[in-house]
Design a binder for this molecule. Structure first.
Ligand SMILES: *Cc1c(COP(=O)(O)O)cnc(C)c1O
Length: 396
């Protein structure tokens, strides 16, 4: 059967690959899912084997059948040479950065990056003697002008965290390749299902598995995949740090993987429905969602991405903090909380102005980010209807 090998599945659709990748039932007595292997010690049959370390598993930090299952499946999905796991999305970002970091180096980071990525660069990388320059996410191939002889990496994220600018990743990757810098992408929003990172020129791709891979807001996990050029260095960095993910979380992520495309397609459908509904509301000034035809990033999204997820932002017409708080506090279905990609809808207010350094964030009104879940869309709209009534009656 071709379904049981990676090459056999290469011509099959992504849903078939999600179902079969990283599983070997007959290595597990026929049980469908790879079980949770817990362990530090791995025994060797004799001294010769212990010295040679030839056996597949040698110690808990170096991998188990459970972690192998997820790493193999993720590599197949990303078109990567290899993947390593980390205990959170942020630790996956740190792992990718440690893979490229060297004293005296310089990194270019999009001004729209996930905020803790900036904190990592400004504190940890600075301490290691790596300088960071932030750049306008819309710069495209113009990023070449900011590169220096010591530029070791360009960090991209599309769309941008909170603000949803799209980046021309193929153009940035082409310049980086020409000048020998590593392209690191935070691909959490699209996942490899909607943006195949390595095909588009990315060297190291990060996914916060905490979001759509989990899909249930009940675990923390990070993944870093690499192309053939960077895989040996990524694996070496991982082995040096041994910042391992927990076996239960890896098992739950494998469970999430099987239904990830169904959930993502539904998140896309619900997200677009709510985005279009919000766009027509008199209280809303703009919707920041690259899959909407009039979004400034739409052309790039359409060219490079094959779908959108359920996370987007809006800018309200001018309103006081108090009015926005009255609106958000009145919502019953939208939870107020960070993270996203779970089954329950969430909303958070945000402001990029305090931390942007290469670009200005000056929206005409308060901004909100939505993660649209799996509830009935009419119920979500009714909830927001009530919220908007509170916004209006709280006045300025
Ligand atoms: C949430 C998030 C992360 C970090 O994931 P954690 O598992 O919460 O550490 C990284 N990048 C992006 C874009 C995220 O939204």
């Amino acid at each position: 059967m071709t379904k049981s090998t990676k090459d056999g599945r290469a011509k099959m659709g992504s849903r078939t690959r999600l179902v079969h990748a990283g599983r070997a039932p007959f290595e597990n007595h026929g049980f469908v899912n790879t079980p949770i292997y817990r362990g530090s010690t791995v025994l060797y049959p004799n001294v010769e084997e212990l010295y040679a370390r030839r056996q597949r598993y040698v110690y808990g930090t170096k991998g188990t059948p459970t972690t192998d299952s997820l790493e193999e499946a993720w590599s197949e999905l990303c078109g990567a040479a290899g993947t390593v796991l980390a205990p959170s999305g942020l630790s996956a970002i740190a792992l990718a950065m440690f893979t490229v970091a060297r004293a005296g180096g310089h990194v270019l980071v999009t001004d729209s990056a996930y905020r803790p990525t900036r904190a990592f660069c400004d504190s940890m990388l600075a301490k290691l003697g790596v300088e960071t320059t932030y750049y306008d996410p819309l710069i495209g191939e113009g990023v070449g002008k900011l590169m220096r002889p010591n530029t070791i990496a360009i960090v991209v994220e599309a769309p941008g965290s909170q603000s949803f600018e799209m980046q021309d990743i193929p153009a940035i990757s082409a310049i980086a390749r020409e000048k020998g810098a590593c392209v690191i992408m935070d691909n959490t929003w699209a996942t490899p299902l909607f943006f195949p990172p390595h095909e588009r020129g990315v060297d190291l791709a990060i996914e916060a598995g905490t979001k759509y891979l989990s899909g249930h807001s009940d675990l923390l996990l990070g993944l870093v995949s690499a192309n053939a050029e960077w895989w040996p260095r990524l694996r070496e960095t991982y082995d040096t740090m041994a910042n391992c993910a927990g076996p239960e979380d890896v098992f739950l992520a494998l469970r999430g993987l099987r239904t990830m495309e169904l959930r993502l397609r539904e998140a896309e459908r619900q997200g677009l429905a709510l985005a279009n509904w919000l766009k027509a509301r008199p209280e809303v000034s703009r919707v920041l969602h690259p899959a909407l035809p009039d979004d400034p990033g739409h052309a790039i999204w359409k060219r490079d991405f094959s779908g959108s997820s359920g996370l987007f932002s809006i800018v309200l017409k001018p309103a006081s903090k108090k009015a926005v708080a009255a609106m958000l506090d009145s919502l019953e279905l939208f939870g107020l909380g960070y993270s996203w990609g779970g089954f329950e809808s969430l909303v958070v207010p945000f402001d990029c102005a305090p931390y942007r350094t290469a670009t200005e964030w000056k929206p005409e009104g308060p901004a909100l980010r939505f993660s649209v879940g799996l509830e009935n869309i009419e119920d979500l709209q009714d909830d927001l209807d009530r919220g908007f009534a509170q916004l209006r009656s709280a006045g300025d």
